[in-house]
Write a new protein. Structure first.
Length: 442
């Protein structure tokens, strides 16, 4: 936490029941932000210290914790709430006069943008602490992109120079679209296209504990596959403990990319469980396995054999993954299921078949797509959607006044930082039942 010399006779720590302020206490006590504070104070130098950096920083965290949509909303609460000011570390002798001016907050936020790498390091330190404190943290990862509307009216390119001068428009945002497949009341599938003007938050989370591990903010139109590769690569450098522990990564078909699948398994030994898009134009929807005459596979990774006598197609039984050979084993359905086959004794598939991952790296993965285990594992991807929902509901991203990509990335980083600090505090205080809670005071 940002350590502040004690000024008052009675400390807020001595109050038996802080109520809703306990959430902020968790964040302040367990946030490893000392290096950031030293950097900000060093940058200030010997200038005026009317509003101490540490107290102002703590109050910004309070604004995130208590969902204040703007600095003015936060200032109004600080002016009226003496206990909150005391908890943030403002001088109690000054009372409401200790609350920073709007200009002071503007300068601090500008400096936080200047030292945003330090802010990210705080988040990364929290991830490392949780990796040590929580058993299995990072073993199951999930990735997804979240739309964040800019709530600003897009303007033509000709007007950009004028708009940049007054700072009232978002010139970094652009249009994005996402196609969602839904079912109607009769069970028929249809596509719904959602469009928005703004940004996209790409999140890498632990799908068991539902806590963020890494993030990136891009324009709304940015493709998800290259950002996904960047997230994994940067996480391997900055939070190596998580990537080393990772066993599985789940993602929707927006991240369906051969390069990402290859990098996950070849470079990090992580099994990719990523939904696949049907890009095939084959007549019967299957392709022949190399080196065979009667064994085919479809775009979902299911493997079939054709009877040499009748031509009947049967689904082959999955026999497991051989890591040393990088192959998937499939067994004869006649032998495995007890089916009568007229080609028994002459069919080459009778002894089974090994399909190397190199047959098609996008379709054949270490965790076979055609298995029940793949389907059960893929369901864990919903964890990242729940994290996204908490950002909207508990941190106010559905209604914000943020303009500019750098400001948006800072705001997302602060929200994720608070989420992790609150979780770390509850782990260390043995309150695991409240690990994911962001609004409960208990």
């Amino acid at each position: 936490m940002a350590i502040i010399p004690q000024r008052s006779l009675f400390s807020w720590k001595e109050v038996e029941n802080l109520g809703d302020l306990d959430r902020l206490r968790l964040v302040l006590e367990h946030l490893p932000d000392e290096e950031l504070m030293v950097s900000l104070e060093k940058h200030r130098g010997r200038g005026r210290d009317d509003y101490p950096v540490r107290s102002a920083w703590n109050s910004i965290l309070a604004g995130v914790v208590y969902q204040h949509p703007s600095i003015e909303s936060l200032r109004r609460e600080l002016l009226r709430n003496g206990q909150l000011r005391d908890l943030c570390g403002f001088d109690p002798v000054l009372g409401s006069e200790a609350v920073p001016t709007p200009g002071a907050y503007t300068n601090l936020l500008r400096n936080l943008l200047r030292f945003r790498r330090h802010v990210d390091e705080v988040l990364e330190a929290l991830v490392c602490f949780l990796c040590e404190e929580l058993p299995g943290f990072g073993e199951n990862l999930a990735m997804d992109g979240k739309a964040i509307s800019a709530h600003a009216r897009p303007k033509s390119l000709e007007k950009k120079a004028t708009l940049a001068a007054d700072g009232r428009r978002d010139l970094d945002a652009d249009f994005g679209a996402k196609t969602i497949v839904k079912k109607d009341k009769r069970g028929n599938l249809y596509e719904k296209v959602r469009k928005w003007f703004g940004y996209k938050l790409h999140l890498l989370v632990d799908s068991v504990y539902e806590l963020p591990v890494a993030y990136e903010v891009t324009k709304a139109s940015a493709a998800e596959q290259p950002v996904g590769r960047k997230l994994i690569s940067e996480a391997a450098q900055r939070v190596p403990g998580v990537i080393e522990a990772a066993q599985v990564l789940t993602a929707d078909k927006g991240y369906d990319d051969t390069k990402l699948i290859e990098e996950l398994w070849d470079d990090y030994d992580i099994k990719p469980v990523i939904a696949i898009r049907n890009t095939w134009k084959d007549a019967d929807g299957t392709r022949l396995v190399e080196g065979t005459d009667n064994i085919v596979y479809d775009n979902k990774g299911a493997v079939y054999c054709h009877c040499m006598t009748t031509g009947e197609r049967r689904s082959m039984a999955y026999g497991g993954f051989e890591k040393d050979r990088e192959t998937l084993k499939y067994r004869c359905p006649a032998k495995h299921y007890g089916i009568e086959c007229q080609s028994a004794g002459s069919c080459p598939a009778e002894t089974g078949v090994r399909i190397p991952l190199s047959q098609d790296r996008r379709i054949f993965t270490p965790l076979a797509r055609s298995t029940y285990k793949w389907k059960r594992t893929y369901k864990k991807r919903a964890a990242v959607e729940r994290v996204n929902s908490r950002l909207d509901v508990s941190f106010g991203f559905e209604n914000h006044f943020i303009r500019g990509r750098e400001k948006m990335k800072l705001r997302c980083g602060l929200a994720l930082m608070v989420m992790l600090a609150m979780a770390l505090g509850r782990v260390r205080e043995k309150r695991l039942d409240k690990l994911r809670s962001l609004v409960s005071a208990a």
